[in-house]
Design a protein. Structure first.
Length: 105
């Protein structure tokens, strides 16, 4: 179950970063509230995952999901660059996260 908690935490992390973008420097209140809720959910589920997953593995996977997911969402929603090199490095992050999952716990 810890791995499911960690996936939820990572997804909420992506949501939090997206809400930061939408908040326009915390000037828009609805996305700012969305950021706060997403961050709280993310940290809560990360704390649940940390009961069973080593901290180094869990934190690395959590940040990897957040980083890769945020870049991909930025490409899909905000028109960010889809440079092939950028995609290669995102694939490397995803491969690292997968490797940690299978070797880490």
């Amino acid at each position: 179950m810890a791995w499911i908690w960690l996936l939820i935490a990572g997804a909420a992390e992506i949501g939090g970063v997206t809400f930061i973008k939408l908040s326009d420097g915390f000037r828009r209140w609805k996305p700012t509230v969305g950021f706060g809720i997403s961050s709280a959910v993310s940290f809560y589920f990360l704390s649940l995952a940390l009961r069973d997953i080593p901290i180094g593995t869990a934190y690395s996977i959590w940040t990897g999901i957040g980083a890769a997911g945020s870049v991909l969402l930025g490409m899909a929603l905000f028109g960010e660059s889809r440079d092939k090199r950028k995609l290669l490095f995102i694939a490397m992050i995803i491969a690292g996260v997968a490797g940690l999952r299978f070797l880490g716990a």
